[in-house]
Design a protein around this ligand. Structure first.
Ligand SMILES: [Fe+2]
Length: 313
């Protein structure tokens, strides 16, 4: 099965109100400067933001305002990287999956000048999401999944939300057979491009027990599939921490949230442990032969110094 109806071109991902400049226009607008390396010339950027958790206006999360924190991260990312070719939102867009929460998020995305790829997490609800984002790509079964092709990479965004019906009180992720078949076709159709696969739920254990108890149910099958396509890189959310590693040869990267962060607790089964650490976003640099993943904390306002005592100076 080919990923047809929800195969999105670079120019046709979810766009929000304002006319959008494409990557070519942005490239022409950059100030001229001497190239540093072949990598510098060739790279494209992807902004990756996960676990936004928008609440109602009268709600906070551990004393934090998720909308305010997202706007802070959005602005920081766009100031430095308005030339990114896409912004991927890696699930848990809202805290309770309520229509007004998606409306608040949509408003916060109205001035984002590049295609936005929205994904769903365990805190989301498909109907409410689609009411606010009716143009979002869907599979024939109604899952919010999409493919975006770039010159050297294929971005594959998956939907790991279990339901409907939504199991009350459980937050495990699912990739049903239809979603796995869709992914298999998307990987097969990469045509030599490097697959960059995005899921909300990680398909592996992180050692953070509380979150490992609610990871992806079909994790082993997903790793099997990704391992069969060498060169694939997997990006996940859900844990609210910056973590990297590999599973059976598949490299993966996870990012912090703009809002509340996870705790490095390897024993407590409580999945709701959170900490107020700086908000952050991910920045992917796409080289012709791979990908570099950065995680950038926001709002620290630490000054930059030159270490004049270094032996290299
Ligand atoms: Fe989350």
């Amino acid at each position: 099965m080919a990923p047809g109806p929800n195969h999105i071109s670079h120019a046709s991902a979810v766009r929000l109100q304002r006319p959008v400049l494409d990557a070519q226009v942005h490239a022409e607008m950059r100030l001229p400067r001497a190239p540093v390396s072949a990598f510098d010339v060739a790279m494209q950027k992807i902004i990756a933001i996960t676990d936004i958790h928008i609440t109602r206006a009268d709600q906070d999360i551990i004393g934090l305002d998720p909308l305010e924190r997202f706007e802070q991260v959005r602005d920081a990312a766009l100031i430095d990287h308005s030339d990114a070719v896409a912004m991927v939102l890696m699930g848990d867009l809202t805290h309770h999956g309520l229509p007004e929460q998606y409306d608040r998020l949509r408003g916060a995305l109205s001035d984002v000048p590049m295609p936005v790829i929205p994904m769903l997490g365990n805190h989301d609800r498909r109907d409410a999401f689609l009411a606010a984002f009716p143009e979002a790509p869907q599979t024939p079964q109604g899952h919010i999944q999409s493919v975006m092709d770039l010159p050297h990479h294929r971005i594959i965004a998956l939907d790991t939300l279990d339901g409907p019906p939504y199991p009350k009180g459980h937050h495990l992720g699912r990739l049903c057979p239809a979603r796995m078949d869709w992914l298999r076709a998307a990987l097969d159709g990469a045509a030599g491009r490097i697959p960059l696969v995005f899921t909300h739920h990680p398909p592996f254990a992180t050692g953070i027990v509380g979150m490992d108890l609610i990871n992806l149910t079909e994790g082993a099958a997903l790793i099997d599939l990704l391992a069969a396509t060498p060169g694939t890189h997997l990006f996940c959310g859900h844990i609210h921490r910056t973590i990297s590693g590999s599973s059976r040869g598949v490299p993966w990267t996870m990012f912090k949230s703009p809002c509340h962060q996870g705790v490095l607790d390897l024993t407590d089964p409580n999945s709701s442990l959170s900490i107020d650490e700086p908000p952050a976003y991910g920045l992917l640099l796409l080289a012709p032969d791979g990908v570099v993943a950065h995680s950038e904390d926001v709002g620290i306002n630490a000054p930059v110094y030159e270490d004049t005592g270094s032996a290299t100076h």
